[in-house]
Design a protein around this ligand. Structure first.
Ligand SMILES: Cc1cc2nc3c(=O)[nH]c(=O)nc-3n(C[C@H](O)[C@H](O)[C@H](O)COP(=O)(O)O)c2cc1C
Length: 183
C-alpha cells in the first residue's frame, strides 16, 4: 500500500462518542477512536437531492449487507445535511472514490472549499434516479432507502441497490487516520 499524504489535517473518521451517559463502562472515547482508526475502509461520496440542488458527504461507513436482495448500509451523522436529504427523499447514490479523488474527499468532508448545490466544479453525471454520481470513480451505486435505524448520534441507512456499476482505478482507502491506496 502507498500512503497519500496531501492533507495537513488529521484525517480519521470515527463516529464520535458524545454521550456523557454512555452505558459502556471504563472505556475512554479516545480508546474507541484509536481502535476503530485501525479498521481499513473504502472512501465514498454519498449523494442526495435537496430542494436547492444536490448534496453529498464523504463517508467511510459504507458496507454491503445482503446479496439477495442487494443491500448496503451507511452510517450518517444526525447533524449531517446529506443525512436529512437521504431520509427525506428515501434515495441516495454512492460514488466509490479513487486515489486521484482525494481532494474531492476533502471537499465533501467540509475540509476544503465547499461544493455548491449545482456541483458546478465537480465532474459528475446523473444516475437513472436523477442524483449525481462523480465521474471516473472505482464504482457507483444507486439506492432506494428501505430502512433507517437511529443508532447513537448516527442514522444507519439501509439502501436497496437498484443500479451497480464497476469503474476503473485504485480505491481511496482510509486507515490509521490517513488516506492510502493500493499499488
Ligand atoms: C474520511 C472521512 C470519512 C467520513 N465518514 C463519514 C461517515 O461515514 N458518515 C458521516 O456521517 N460522516 C462522515 N464523515 C464526515 C462528513 O463527511 C462531514 O461531516 C460532512 O461535512 C457532512 O456534510 P453535510 O453536513 O453537508 O452532509 C467523514 C469524513 C471523512 C474525512
Amino acid at each position: 500500500m502507498e500512503v497519500l499524504q496531501t492533507s495537513a489535517l488529521p484525517l480519521g473518521y470515527v463516529a464520535p462518542i458524545s454521550s456523557p451517559d454512555s452505558k459502556i463502562p471504563f472505556m475512554r472515547s479516545q480508546d474507541f477512536r484509536d481502535a476503530l482508526a485501525k479498521l481499513a475502509a473504502g472512501v465514498v461520496v454519498v449523494s442526495a437531492r435537496t430542494p436547492e440542488g444536490f448534496r453529498g458527504l464523504t463517508a467511510s461507513t459504507l458496507i454491503s449487507v445482503s446479496a439477495e436482495p442487494p443491500l448496503v448500509l451507511v452510517g450518517l451523522e444526525h447533524e449531517s445535511v446529506t443525512r436529512a436529504a437521504v431520509v427525506e427523499t428515501r434515495q441516495f447514490n454512492v460514488s466509490v472514490l479513487t486515489r486521484a479523488q482525494e481532494f474531492l474527499a476533502e471537499r465533501f468532508a467540509g475540509r476544503a472549499p465547499s461544493v455548491d448545490p449545482r456541483w458546478k466544479e465537480v465532474p459528475y453525471h446523473l444516475g437513472t434516479n436523477g442524483i449525481p454520481l462523480i465521474d471516473d470513480c472505482a464504482a457507483w451505486l444507486e439506492c432506494d432507502v428501505t430502512q433507517v435505524h437511529s443508532a447513537g448520534d448516527h442514522d444507519v441507512c439501509i439502501g436497496e441497490v437498484r443500479v451497480a456499476r464497476a469503474g476503473k482505478g485504485n480505491p481511496l482507502i482510509l486507515w490509521d487516520r490517513t488516506f492510502w491506496t493500493l499499488h
